[in-house]
Design a protein around this ligand. Structure first.
Ligand code: MSP
Length: 511
């Protein structure tokens, strides 16, 4: 069985500081990476910054900075964010690094050798904000300004000499690829959009620019720079030391298992990227998942609306783990979702303080008082076994993960939390003080339930769950998903370390 897992986030434009949408893509990818790690996979988890192109050049010019020092500053903020978000990434790539330049120039040469690139002239619409070319029918006029219908961003007319990639040749092979790999694009609804776009006909793609210089030079024509999307997408190969295709990283991790991206950049990942790779005789990635947008209240975040949510502010007030939990549980994965302080507070109170926190607190303080803070003995009855066995179905849970069904995964956890609290209530261990074995068995079962749920919650809330698992002397490097199969993991007589309150309930002011 292939136990290698390569997951990526989009590489972010360091044109402004990170917002909640960036944090969302990264947290999602980290969730999958952490799950796979605790399921004994070798995980390569890549994130980074996308630093070339006109958008960055113009942002730098606005601040009177040269593009490289401008990128150095903002890329550092994105890199710091990986720590703030507690990401388990194994690489952080910047497209201005030499390893990446070599990789892009090599891919270009392969495409040229394979007769996939020719020189011609481009005339058409271009959006600097999206770094994308648009056809006439994809553009409309609003208030005298031409904008791209799909994104609403301003487009400008471009006419210049340019290299073209023969994308039109790849229409049929792409359709066949989607057919042979029905889960290449998820969610299903987005796949349909892509397939109909490809069926409607693909035009050759302009893949170089000549009127500005901030980019990777075309190796055979130094006054052209490589189109920023061909440059950026190649980052997924650069991290594996491409063009060397005979090294351990490349052999283990290519083709990538999963590219996590936002729905707005699906066309680049699901059409251009596999076409470039097929044209270079490289296998396309296994899956591209286009998630929805995080809205601020009910609106798209934008500078002009002044409603940009800063993940750092939210983390300062509420902590990281509650934010991670909220984004994974409350947003229907694949669809747009929103975040507001009120919703986040409700989620913290109901799910974290009242459900998970409460279960831990009750069981641990009962154990402290009645079992001298050590793991008691047990003899299971049917009730104990029933609830414990409802959490041994690891194959079902692996399937949720492999289908990126985050919501089913989270619902399973919440459901088992309710069931575990109910079990503890119904068994009334406080009334069993004259039946020591029964009392001990209820405590042991409850501790096992907490252990299993905490393992499932680990990829969601790494910091909090490590605290809970440490009470059982399980250290981070020893967390193993497969141990949820075991109903008797805890050893009688072992000490249970003290656990502080996990989540404080947020008092609401109702006036
Ligand atoms: N640089 C390109 C990606 C290149 S990948 C080879 C890019 N960068 S970006 O910084 O503009 O966006 C990065 C990601 O953040 C995209 O997946 C985008 O969809 C996501 N988000 C930006 N705003 C978002 C929300 N409001 N909500 C959720 N994600 C959104 O595109």
């Amino acid at each position: 069985m292939n136990k290698n897992y390569y997951i990526t986030t989009p590489i972010y434009y360091p044109s402004a500081k990170p917002h909640m949408g960036h944090a969302y893509s990264s947290i999602i990818a980290d969730f999958f990476a952490r799950f796979k790690k605790m399921d004994d996979f070798n995980v390569h988890f890549l994130t980074g910054t996308d630093e070339h192109g006109l958008k960055i050049q113009r942002s730098a010019e606005k601040q009177n900075k040269d593009p490289k020092s401008f990128c150095d500053e903002i890329s550092k903020i994105f890199e710091d964010l990986t720590n703030t978000l507690n990401l388990s990434n194994t690489d952080f790539i910047r497209t201005t690094e030499d390893r990446h330049k070599a990789s892009v120039q090599n891919l270009w040469k392969v495409l040229e050798d394979n007769k996939q690139i020719y020189l011609s002239k481009y005339s058409g619409w271009y959006s600097v904000s999206d770094e994308a070319f648009y056809n006439e029918d994809e553009v409309e006029e609003k208030g005298g300004i031409k904008i791209a219908k799909i994104s609403g961003s301003v487009v400008e007319w471009v006419e210049e000499e340019s290299f073209f990639f023969k994308l039109s040749n790849w229409e049929k092979p792409l359709l066949k690829f989607y057919e042979d790999n029905p889960k290449f694009i998820l969610p299903e609804s987005r796949k349909n959009e892509v397939v109909s776009f490809v069926k409607s006909g693909l035009k050759d793609l302009s893949v170089s620019r000549k009127t500005f210089s901030w980019g990777i030079k075309v190796p055979t024509e130094k006054n052209h720079v490589v189109y920023v999307w061909l440059d950026a997408l190649t980052n997924y190969l650069s991290s594996l030391k491409y063009p060397d295709q005979d090294n351990e990283l490349y052999n283990r991790f290519w083709p990538a298992t999963l590219h996590i991206i936002g729905k707005d950049i699906l066309r680049f990942h699901a059409i251009y990227w596999p076409a470039f790779l097929l044209a270079a005789n490289i296998q396309p990635p296994k899956r591209v998942y286009g998630h929805g947008w995080i809205l601020s209240g009910d609106e798209k975040m934008s500078k002009s609306k002044g409603n940009i949510l800063d993940p750092l502010e939210i983390i300062n007030i509420y902590g990281l783990d509650p934010l991670r939990y909220y984004l994974l549980k409350e947003v229907s994965f694949g669809n747009d979702g929103n975040i507001s302080e009120e919703k986040l507070e409700n989620c913290i109170n109901s799910d974290l303080a009242n459900n998970y926190g409460n279960l831990c607190q009750r069981v641990f303080s009962f154990t402290e008082k009645n079992c001298s803070s050590s793991i008691p003995g047990h003899q299971y009855n049917e009730d104990d076994l029933n609830i414990l066995n409802s959490m041994t179905n690891s194959e079902k849970i692996r399937t949720f993960i492999d289908n990126q069904d985050i919501n089913q995964y989270m619902n399973f956890i919440v459901d088992r939390l309710f069931a575990s609290n109910k079990y503890f209530n119904d068994q009334e261990p406080w009334k069993k003080k004259d039946d020591n074995l029964r009392l001990s068995s209820i405590v042991y079962t409850s501790l096992e339930l907490i252990r299993k749920i905490t393992i499932l919650l680990h990829p969601v809330m790494p910091q909090t769950t490590i605290k809970v698992l440490n009470t059982f002397n399980v250290q981070e490097q020893n967390i193993q998903f497969s141990s949820i199969e075991n109903n008797e993991f805890l050893t009688k007589g072992n000490t249970i370390n003290k656990l502080d309150i996990l989540f404080k309930k947020i008092e609401k002011n109702n006036d």
